[in-house]
Design a protein around this ligand. Structure first.
Ligand SMILES: C[S@@+](CC[C@H](N)C(=O)[O-])C[C@H]1O[C@@H](n2cnc3c(N)ncnc32)[C@H](O)[C@@H]1O
Length: 343
């Protein structure tokens, strides 16, 4: 009998679910029953922004490595923007476990993928008494830990981990030996970044300074000047900003932390990606409280939420300040850094 040609080979068999027995893809937790939140939907729309081409190198790596039957943990998956792009490219049986600290974002991911057998979800709840998030090994269950994940991705998020060493140690506990960890972030101080490129979140401090100047000069914003003259309150507002847009750490801090957690850093690359000013404005407006909380105040600091007027003024000031930061420019360049690590 002649050897089968490619076209006569049987179609790739779709195996039974890759998930271990007793693994709940959708846990019965309060967040899974909550209504879909507007803030989460707004972030999901950010996936359509041009600068989200930052995911392409990671997608190429995953598509090459995530064979039939393999499981990927997308850590800090947000609303599932990476999952969506991967599922458009992968039609064989795999598992993609979306893990995130935000119930609002994860709820959007659940809405998007609840009917796809290949996708599962886990929330990392915040433990108030211990002042920490639950770790991934604390939420995926023993059968999944015993199985081990084949790949872990963390896109546009690692710079937010206040407890990086502990987080990387938790990854090591859920990955198979030899598994890949694929990371990207535009917020590492990478000595190889191209001259003139921005570290993307550093635009936020620049926007803040321009907004301070506008409020001091423009009579329409006079009501917000009182906050500017109160150093203690301004320090508290700066803390709010730095919780959302955390101070940038050196690339070496990340590579050293991976090595300390038992990973080999196989390679580090970088790419310049242009972010459109109007799209970056949209993102900063989604996070307006983190950017300019001193305009109108915040519940936590002032005991009352900002007025609708103040929220509109924040968004106006964000847009006006970005236009002044990038006069006459449609876009600005930023460096994304990519780390490929092996467990
Ligand atoms: C900018 S979003 C990126 C989402 C997604 N990976 C993407 O590329 O679209 C950052 C995500 O990190 C999550 N996050 C923030 N701090 C975290 C932490 N300490 N541990 C785990 N996830 C965190 C947020 O909930 C959010 O979903």
């Amino acid at each position: 009998m002649a050897a089968p040609t490619i076209s006569t080979l049987p179609a790739r068999s779709v195996t039974a679910s890759v998930w271990p027995e007793d693994f709940e893809q959708i846990p019965d937790e309060a967040w899974t029953h909550a209504p879909v939140d507007e803030f989460g939907l707004n972030y999901d729309a950010v996936g359509n922004h041009g600068w989200y081409k930052n995911l392409e190198p990671t997608i190429a790596q995953v598509v090459a490595a995530l064979d039939v039957g393999k499981v990927l943990i997308d850590y800090s998956s947000g609303t599932g923007i990476l999952t969506k792009r991967l599922l458009e490219k992968i039609d064989h049986e795999v598992g993609i476990l979306n893990v995130d600290a935000s119930p609002k974002f994860l709820r959007v991911a659940l809405e998007n993928f609840k009917d796809d057998e290949r996708v599962a979800f886990r929330l990392l709840p915040y433990l108030k008494d211990q002042k920490r998030l639950r770790t991934v090994d604390e939420v995926i269950g023993q059968p999944m830990i015993d199985r081990g994940a084949d790949i872990l991705t963390a896109t546009n998020a690692i710079h937010l981990y206040y407890d990086l060493p502990e987080t990387l140690e938790s990854w090591a506990r859920v990955l198979k030996p030899g598994a890949l960890a694929l990371i990207c972030s535009a917020n590492m101080r990478n000595p190889n970044r191209h001259k003139g490129d921005w570290i993307i979140d550093e635009t936020v401090a620049a926007v803040n300074e321009i907004a301070v100047d506008l409020v001091r000069r423009e009579p329409a914003f006079a009501q917000y000047r009182e906050a500017l003259d109160d150093a203690d309150r301004m320090a508290a507002y700066t803390q709010v900003r730095e919780k959302v847009f955390v101070p940038v750490r050196d690339l070496a801090y990340y590579t050293d932390s991976f090595a300390d957690a038992g990973f080999s850093v196989l390679h580090v690359t970088e790419a310049t990606i242009f972010a459109r000013v109007d799209e970056w404005s949209d993102l900063l407006c989604t996070y307006h409280e983190g950017v300019l909380s001193w305009v109108g105040g915040t519940e936590r600091i002032d005991g009352r939420p900002p007025s609708v007027r103040a929220m509109l003024d924040r968004k106006f000031l964000i847009r006006a300040s970005l236009e002044r930061l990038f006069p006459g420019q449609d876009a600005f360049p930023a460096t994304w850094t990519y780390l490929t690590c092996r467990h």
